[in-house]
Design a binder for this molecule. Structure first.
Ligand code: MRU
Length: 369
């Protein structure tokens, strides 16, 4: 996507051969690029959410394995392999919920196994990291192409009228390598001239909606309004939302979806009000080994301080964290919840749109049957 006319991905190898990412901790107040020089830096960037979003943490971990290969001991193939495996496990443990992370690390380890020498393995790791990133961008672009049909259908029901979309968290290009999942069809519809307006949930506690989704949509000139997290149900009751479109961090083979905390409540409200509720993701988000999201998907619990405090810009322009509760109040902070498949109207991925059922998913991915 473009920032001030200049095309950017969220992660790339710069001209000096160094891994570079957009720092998502400083947005929307400052646009910063940071370089990740070693595996420690890559692990910190994922756990502290310098990079975040299912697709991007997968791509970052893919590059992380390449960095591990570059810094591994070279005295023997065995010690090289042992070091890379240890670092790969560290990368995999940085965040538990999104399946893209383990998927990318495992894909890298299988690829490296094909290399006969250390030199070959390092070259394979670099090529595979680039392939994972390129595929993520391609799949997200295809999600936009398929998802455009949803907007064309809605638009045919209310010609020339604005289509109002509700989204939660940030499933835009910042959460992937490019394009995004839930926001990709919105960009496609906007670019095709369909009038679109996005209701952006602020997405407490880390406010990815307010700080990232709003910034992305503003950069692409897509009309949007920020709303409090609890407003969506009210808007649905008053016919102010035509479709809910969110991303996902892990999809089970039966169509249950883990996504940012609060998504489940939006799905319940959508069901009660007859509003279509779609979930968009690339196939790297599907965990074909699971068939019950509620009992099987690990839900990340982060520091309670993210709930006790809010980060924002003060009147003097400085960015600071302010506490919003009494000093002695403790907080719990679950990062994700699971929306059962029965509440989901349809799933949207790079191969098309399907019902949120095992048959629907396997219809698009017959090789997984
Ligand atoms: O905690 P985050 O910001 O990494 O959460 C991931 C998300 O952005 C959302 O849950 C998103 O909707 C799915 S990932 C594209």
């Amino acid at each position: 996507m473009k920032i001030n006319g200049q095309p950017f991905r969220t992660i790339w190898i710069n001209d000096d051969g160094v891994l570079s990412v957009i720092n998502q901790l400083t947005l929307p107040h400052a646009f910063e690029i940071v370089t990740l020089l070693d595996v420690d830096a890559v692990c910190d960037a994922i756990s502290n959410m310098v990079v975040r979003g299912a697709g991007l943490i997968g791509a970052t971990a893919g590059y992380g394995v390449w960095i591990a290969a570059k810094q591994a001991p070279t005295d023997s193939l065995e010690s090289f392999d042992r070091y890379v495996k240890t670092q790969a496990l560290r990368l995999q443990a940085t965040r538990p919920t999104a399946s893209n992370l383990a998927w990318a690390v495992n894909r890298q380890l299988s690829r490296l196994a094909a290399g006969g020498t250390i030199f070959e393995k390092i070259a394979l790791a670099k090529a595979e990291a680039e392939a994972i990133a390129d595929e993520d961008a391609k799949f997200c672009r295809q999600i936009g192409e398929h998802g455009l049909s949803l907007f064309e259908n809605l638009s045919s029901l209310k010609p020339s009228k604005t289509i109002n979309v509700l989204t939660h968290c940030n499933a835009g290009w910042l959460a992937f390598v490019d394009y995004g999942s839930a926001l990709s069809p919105i960009y496609a519809a906007h670019d095709a001239g369909i009038p679109v307006h996005v209701w952006v949930d602020e997405t407490r506690p880390r406010n990815q909606g307010a700080s990232l989704t709003a910034w992305e949509l503003a950069s692409h000139a897509v009309p949007h309004s920020l709303i409090a997290d609890n407003a969506g149900g009210h808007l649905m009751q008053h016919g102010m939302i035509d479709i809910v479109l969110t991303g996902a961090d892990r999809i089970t083979r039966n169509g249950d979806a883990a996504n940012k905390i609060g998504t489940y409540l939006k799905a319940l409200a959508a069901k009660d009000n007859g509003v279509p509720f779609y979930i968009a993701f690339p196939s790297s988000t599907i965990d074909f080994s699971l068939n019950n999201g509620l009992t099987q998907i690990p839900i990340e619990e982060r520091s309670g301080d993210e709930v006790r405090k809010v980060i924002g810009k003060l009147a003097d322009g400085t960015v600071a964290a302010v506490q919003i509760c009494p000093d002695q109040t403790k907080a719990r902070n679950w990062g994700f919840d699971v929306t059962p498949a029965r509440l989901v109207t349809g799933l949207l991925c790079e191969r098309g749109i399907c019902p949120a059922t095992e048959a629907g998913i396997l219809g698009l991915f017959p090789e997984k049957a």
